[in-house]
Design a binder for this molecule. Sequence first.
Ligand SMILES: NC(=O)c1ccc[n+]([C@@H]2O[C@H](COP(=O)([O-])OP(=O)(O)OC[C@H]3O[C@@H](n4cnc5c(N)ncnc54)[C@H](OP(=O)(O)O)[C@@H]3O)[C@@H](O)[C@H]2O)c1
Ligand SMILES: [Zn+2]
Length: 419
Amino acid sequence: MNFSAQDEQYMRQALSIARQGTALASPNPRVGAVIVTPSGEVAGTGFHTYAGVKHAEVLAIEQALQAGERTRSATLYLNLEPCSHQGRTGPCADALIAAGIKRVVAAMQDPNPQVAGHGFAKLRAAGIQVEIGLLEPEARKLNEAFARFITAKRPLVTIKSGMTLDGKIAPPPGETPLPATPSAGGTTGGWITSEEARAHVQELRHESDAIMVGVGTVLADDPLLTDRTGRKRRRPLLRVVVDSRLRMPLDSRLVKTAKDDVLVLCSFAEEKKRRALEDRGVRVEQIPLGSSDGRPDFNEIALRLGQLEITSLLIEGGALVNWTALACGMADKVFLYYAPKILAGMGSVPFAAGAGFSKMSDAALVKDISLHRFGEDFAVEGYLRDPYAESAAGNISGKQISAEQVSAERVPATKEEKA
Ligand SMILES: NC(=O)c1ccc[n+]([C@@H]2O[C@H](COP(=O)([O-])OP(=O)(O)OC[C@H]3O[C@@H](n4cnc5c(N)ncnc54)[C@H](OP(=O)(O)O)[C@@H]3O)[C@@H](O)[C@H]2O)c1
Ligand SMILES: [Zn+2]
């Protein structure tokens, strides 16, 4: 497909507008729309938020219509395929046809199996010129959590960790005095990573629906696990702790700040402990056991979070939780920050503990790596699994559906239909 420099500029605008839906659109995708008149003027823009219900392209049409009949023969730029199904709103493809849009430029096919090519087919059947694939890699990255969630009914799971160059996430436990304020770097005698890196972690938290640590980290660091970007979110960041026997201290900062946004996942809930936590606004749930160690099964946790419409989960350790997430295949991604420091020693805490993989050929493979710089620190972002693997759009640009298939394949609306 040949796209002009102008096409690219408008698609960049659509992507950047879509990003305004961060923390507001979930569990729906982030979508931005730009309508451009035949004379090259932007007539309307829109982005989706879950609370606002309306989809980006419909908001853009409404804006263009308010300014006069400005949708006739216009081009629509959109980072995701327009929907073709009845969800909380009517199909956007129908709205585009009714508005007299002449050309639709979309970055990618919708990974939602209920749309997946049907939106494009519907537009083509109505004689609209449809061009797909402009800035597709950026668009796929933007909605990777949605893709994982909508196809697998579980969140995209990212292990985030801050470590030294030699892969240590903390000095030997119990060898540094407790700091006066936990915010000065936990009990570890100072932060590992730089202020710039830690500011970026806040961005990751802002993009996530939930964050998870093991009770070991709560006992060691007493973290808050909040999104401190100060930017708006539709739902509070769900703070999850895996804690088999409810060892969570009642005077921990998590418990003290809980407002129905702290979820403790256990395997055995002693009634008295459960009630003490629940009385303080902490949610407690029992999760089926995994292996013989009597601890909650991480894959069951992923499914439970999916039921709660959590589309993205950030795991912030510590060592044992990182290992479990790797070993059981729950993790899809890593975001590992490295500070130019070397801790050394057998006693310091490694990125992932547990049994470890016994052969090099069993090692977890991280693919599609990108490197980031944060002051003196750097970070490695990479994938353990393709978030689009289970979607029809697994291959870039997806498969094309014929106009005849559209009417034959109309999918009935279901309760799960959200996008
Ligand atoms: N630099 C960083 O980015 C970073 C981030 C976080 C933590 N840390 C460091 O990591 C250290 C803590 O690591 P840690 O290994 O002791 O703690 P952890 O991984 O946070 O927690 C481990 C505990 O979680 C509980 N758990 C429940 N279900 C589990 C499951 N299925 N698999 C594994 N654990 C499960 C277990 O306690 P029960 O058996 O009682 O359930 C287990 O002992 C601290 O030194 C902390 O400073 C560093
Ligand atoms: Zn729609």
